[in-house]
Design a protein around this ligand. Structure first.
Ligand SMILES: *Cc1c(COP(=O)(O)O)cnc(C)c1O
Length: 422
């Protein structure tokens, strides 16, 4: 459920007409709903608690939407943050996420990032390989600090979703095998600079089938039991993120309640604190990308192009993952739906949001909304083609605030400095 709906023939975000935001801020622009963020977080938390999962750490995956206003909205509800870079840790801290709720993940953490995380006091660094474990121990020693770590295990299950976002097969770059996890856990437990507290997995993204999740969670629970059986201290099991959302053309994803049942079933009696790293399921349907129609271009042979002022640099998912976004008119016109190719102005054929999509009549100047764009939208945006970075707006009830302004052209150019010989 989300808070973007038609009222009197006009698309609203909560109590604000999207057209009013487009008018005030210009397009393209991302618009987020506070109420939807809050609802998604709360529904997930309550579903887990209803299944007896007590006091879980729900660490929002910052890469899904790293805007400080979004992070602060979630932090105020008690969310933690799953981070994959020093920049993301800094964002989480700046948004008020306490360090004891920040998880630091990622396959290529540099020594300086590890040092930063240790100084900040994050609750867990998820170790993705043996060389990384050794690097963390060295950095910890040099700082005179003991590093709290968890091992990210690659449970070797195929979780569907697009190949570019599947992470849980052994051929993917993420995590260690079960055998390695056992060996490294024992080794780390004997290292004065390491404090292993648990194990973690994250098998992919936009997962719409619970079976692979159930399989991965069972395997992880088995690992926890084996480690405990060896007398090792295990207090936390991090089950990652990955739950899919409805993008309208896809199989209905499992509900948070179904997901929570699978979690509870797999972890019953384990006596560990559970952690989760949801990104998309919290953020996707809490945001839209608003764009304006520049031209409707009908080719004589029949193709009809809806040329927008938004492009692949603003919303990369269709170009990168063939992702589907529902496209809606902000002020729908009467008339029959007709097939359109919806494209941006960037000089790449990949700058096509969709082809042959049946959409209502549009005219130049009309506003369109890409639905479900709150996750992996603004956070993946760039200035490709020297298009200023897309702004972001947060709505709460009848109020809205620009939470990342669009840079001016002067600001964009001022970031670069000429080489002294030029
Ligand atoms: C990307 C990522 C997530 C979030 O995935 P979603 O599909 O957005 O829920 C969680 N954990 C890790 C380690 C990730 O890389």
């Amino acid at each position: 459920m989300n808070h973007f709906e038609l009222r009197d023939g006009e698309l609203y975000c909560e109590d604000v007409p999207l057209a009013a935001i487009a008018q005030a801020v210009g397009t393209p622009v991302y618009v987020y709903s506070t109420a939807t963020f809050e609802r998604h977080y709360t529904v997930l938390r309550e579903a887990l608690e209803a299944e007896g999962v007590h006091d879980p750490l729900i660490a929002f995956a910052v890469k899904a939407n790293s805007n400080l206003a979004v992070l602060r909205t979630l932090a105020q509800l008690g969310a933690g943050a799953d981070t994959v870079s020093e920049g993301e840790i800094r964002r989480a801290l700046a948004a008020g996420v306490p360090p004891e709720r920040i998880v630091f993940s990622g396959v290529g953490k540099t020594r300086s990032e590890i040092a930063f995380a240790l100084d900040a006091g994050v609750c867990e660094i998820n170790v993705e390989s043996e060389p990384e474990m050794l690097a963390i121990a060295q950095v910890a020693q040099s700082l005179g600090k003991r590093a709290t770590i968890a091992f990210r295990v690659n449970p070797d299950v195929a979780a569907g979703g697009h190949a570019k976002i599947a992470t849980g097969k052994s051929e993917n770059k993420f995590g260690v095998s079960f055998a390695e996890a056992e060996r490294l856990y024992a080794q780390a437990s004997n290292n004065a600079w390491l404090k292993p507290v648990g194990v973690a997995c994250h098998i992919g993204s936009q997962i719409t089938d619970l079976a692979p999740m159930a399989e991965a969670f069972e395997k992880m629970a088995g690992l926890v039991r084996r480690l405990k059986g060896e007398g090792l201290h295990v207090e936390r099991l991090d089950l990652g993120g990955g739950l899919g959302v409805p993008y309208f053309n896809q199989p209905e994803p499992p509900t948070p309640a179904d997901y929570a049942k699978v979690v509870a079933q797999a972890t019953r009696g384990l006596d560990v604190t559970l952690a989760f790293e949801p990104g998309r399921v919290i953020a996707a349907n809490a945001g839209v990308l608003l764009a304006q129609v520049v031209h409707v271009h009908e080719r004589p042979e029949g193709r009809r192009f809806l040329v927008l002022d938004a492009a692949m640099n603003d919303l990369l998912r269709p170009a990168m993952y063939d992702a589907y976004h529902d496209i809606r008119a902000v002020n729908p016109r009467e008339g029959e739906a007709r097939p359109y190719d919806v494209v941006g102005p960037v000089c790449e054929t990949g700058d096509t949001f969709t082809r042959d999509r049946a959409l209502p009549a549009f005219e130049s100047g009309d506003l369109v909304a890409f639905m479900s764009a709150g996750a992996y939208g603004a956070s993946m945006a760039s200035e490709y083609n020297s298009r200023p970075l897309v702004p972001e707006v947060m709505v709460k009830g009848g109020d809205y605030a620009i939470v990342r302004p669009r840079p001016t052209y002067e600001e964009m150019l001022a970031r670069e400095t000429p080489a002294p010989w030029l």
